[in-house]
Ligand binder design. Structure first.
Ligand code: UDP
Ligand code: MG
Length: 327
């Protein structure tokens, strides 16, 4: 069996060689069991010497394939590129910063041999900041009520995928990619095992509060139009309240005559209604924005340098390969 390791790398010049050493060691251990390994590294437009490091590794080790983006397209795009360029019967997706312990590959391959198409490594939250743990918990509770697929806290991109899962993922061509959800969406027999969270080997995480918030919103909005429906429900509930309240004021005015006070009520009602409308508009805008990006149909990433030969499905339109297919 050929196993591909897919690792997105963004400014990982300090760790990538160490990562490769560790992965190579695992490859050697798997060889007697009849498993070959290839490494697909995707340089996501790093500003440091990551690409140079990858080229050096490729010269030393013929099993290394690298793809380097023309700029930073984000981890989701890097993952997609990695999956496209991986040719293995099974693909293991993992971070290049050594937070996903390479030793776990053995376990994954074993579980895959038992017939699981997706072998998912679930990290515990040891060593995480308390606030992050709590927000994550709350977030997953909320999101699982809203989206159609089941998302689990601690489950990320670290997993083994069988060839048919990889092909299924590659068939999902949407521009706004939320991998966690896509993996859950394709299904197939899956199994999960836990491992202890490791801290980053070098450098710092590229996540901050804002990017986490946006990632969370992506998760909410990528799967269905329930937030739109919720906005509609909220609007209707608000309309009902307004109707009752109006009836109450008009009734009171008819019976008692017009009372002038009411400044507080008016201001509260106006601002609350305005805020509600802004949120609803925002939700609609988010979906429209998504449609806008999908309709443009732009590629997910552009490649600046690679040692992988173009595969047929990526050949430009009108190339000989495509013509052969048509005729
Ligand atoms: N990464 C990437 N593009 C980005 C940001 C991150 O390819 O724009 C890669 C990064 O090199 C690492 C993985 O994605 O291999 C996870 O990133 P990070 O460690 O910053 O996130 P965390 O582990 O905190 O979730
Ligand atoms: Mg990390």
């Amino acid at each position: 069996m050929l196993i591909s390791i897919v690792a997105p790398c963004y400014n990982e010049e300090d760790v990538i060689a160490r990562f490769h050493d560790a992965a190579q060691k695992i490859a050697e251990e798997l060889l007697p069991l009849g498993h070959d390994m290839e490494f697909v590294y995707v340089d996501d437009g790093s500003g440091d010497r990551t690409l140079g490091e990858l080229q050096r590794l490729a010269e030393l080790d013929a099993r290394v394939r690298y793809v380097s983006f023309s700029r930073n397209f984000g981890k989701e795009a890097a993952l997609l590129a990695g999956l496209r360029h991986a040719s293995g019967d099974a693909v293991i997706v993992m971070d290049a910063d050594l937070q996903h312990p390479p030793e776990l590959i053995h376990r994954m391959v074993e579980l895959h041999a038992q017939g699981h198409d997706q072998v998912i490594a679930k990290r515990t939250r040891t060593g995480d900041r308390f606030t992050r743990t709590v927000t994550a918990r709350l977030y997953y509770r909320l999101i699982n009520r809203l989206v159609d697929v089941e998302l689990v806290d601690g489950v990320g991109d670290f997993r083994l995928l069988s060839r048919r899962v990889v092909d299924a993922i590659l068939d999902l061509t949407e521009y706004n990619r939320f991998s966690k959800g896509l993996f859950a969406w394709v299904g197939f027999p899956s199994t999960t095992f836990e491992y202890d969270n490791a801290t980053r080997a070098h450098g710092s995480s590229s996540w901050n509060f804002r990017s986490l918030l946006n990632y969370g919103l992506d998760g909410l909005l990528s799967f269905n139009n329930r937030p739109l429906r919720a906005a509609l429900h909220l609007g209707m509930a608000l309309l009902l309240c307004t109707g009752l309240y109006t009836a109450w004021i008009v009734g009171a005015a008819l019976i008692n005559g017009v009372e002038t006070p009411g400044y507080v009520t008016i201001i509260t009602a106006v601002t609350a209604a305005a805020a509600m409308q802004m949120i609803m508009l925002g939700i609609i805008g988010e979906y429209t924005g998504r449609i806008y990006y999908e309709v443009k149909g732009r590629p997910h990433f552009l490649v600046k340098a690679t040692n992988v030969k173009r595969t047929q499905d990526q050949a430009p339109c009108g190339s000989q390969a495509t013509k052969d297919l048509i005729t």
